[in-house]
Design a protein around this ligand. Sequence first.
Ligand code: ARG
Length: 456
Amino acid sequence: MRLWGTEEEPSRDPAFERLNASLPFDRRLYPQDIRGSIAWARALARAGLLSPEELEQIVAGLEAVRAELEAGAFVFAPTDEDIHTAVERRLTERIGPVAGKLHTGRSRNDQVATDLRLFLMEAWPAVEEGLRALEEALLAQAEAHLDLIMPGYTHLQRAQPLRYAQWCLAHAWAFERDRERLRQAYPRLATLPLGSGALAGTPFPIDREALARELGFVAVAPNSLDAVSDRDFVAEFLFLAAMIGLHLSRLAEDLILFASAEFGFVALDPAYTTGSSLMPQKRNPDALELARAKAGRLIGHLTGFLIVLKGLPSGYHKDLQEDKEPVFDAVDTLQALLAVLPGLIRTMRPRPDRMRAALEEAMLATELADYLVRRGVPFRQAHRAVSALVAEAARRGVPLSALPLSVYRQHHPAFDADILQVLDPTAAVEWRSAVGGTARPAVQAQIQALRERLAR
Ligand code: ARG
């Protein structure tokens, strides 16, 4: 049964029907579609367009259709183009012609935009929770190993010592920004299109504010044409997903390196690695590699959908049907990753011996320059003196601490016998006590600040 059209309507090429149909993917929106329709029926009744009996029939009918869908008992018809037409077709079969009143003053254009927004509004908390779990896991690592020192890198070259906690927290802050962005985007997402009709608004006295409240929206779209054209909320969600994916990917890449034999800074729990079908000694970081790869897919959804949008004139176009698959896939991808990564982080074990072994003395050259600075030497001059010392140590094939004081003095007279005290990774991290630095109190302050945000 078709919901509209005439008997004389030419039959369509079945291949075109298949191309045109969104049912294979948008059937997932049935809970939102039925919620939206029930709320719309109530709004129609409030506006005097449905009698109390008609409303009751429609609501009971929609609930019965929902039960069929939930039970997997709903039989889709070849003429069901999408979930909206499928639900209405079935409602008509169940309750008869009164079902025909449901679509009064409504279009699939405002209906589909409402459904997809509702879907994302429901997906939001799980993403938020996943990020929170990840931050908690990173925080737990930071707290459990507060005094563990590892090499920090720039250009992937050993640079300066870092607290391991500083590395953990660096990633936690990135996820905290993602959480903040989700929170900020929510009111834009939770803006109600329903009541905008096909493009020009609804000709009946619908109380859209009440409709918004009933469906959990926080605002009403202020312009009907914008409301049916606007897919900013999709693009914005895909950006959030891409950004989270990117942060997961960078965390994963750090850990893939750190878990390799070459670095050996962390041991991953076997629950998150695989063996090789050929090489018995291998422990492969598949979970992390998939996190790295799936970021590409999430970024692809964002760029792909922005390109769908960029040339569209105002109003609804079938192009917009392409919004759903990237949204569903991005939600599923994020959920799959966020279900795994917190556990991987929680269970991984840092390896202090390997970190210590990688802390070569040359990483403390900056400390020598800062030592001179504390004695009033201009930094540029100090840098030059220490560069010469580093070169001298390399020429002799000894660490910096093995050069005699006389050699230090040759390069700068301000050097004294206490220089050995600065050639110490712990001293190096402790000097950095300004906000955001690696000193113990500065790192503890970060932990506390992050904990406070998580508690809000
Ligand atoms: N299946 C369509 C979509 O996903 C629903 C809206 C159809 N509207 C229309 N004017 N053809 O976008």
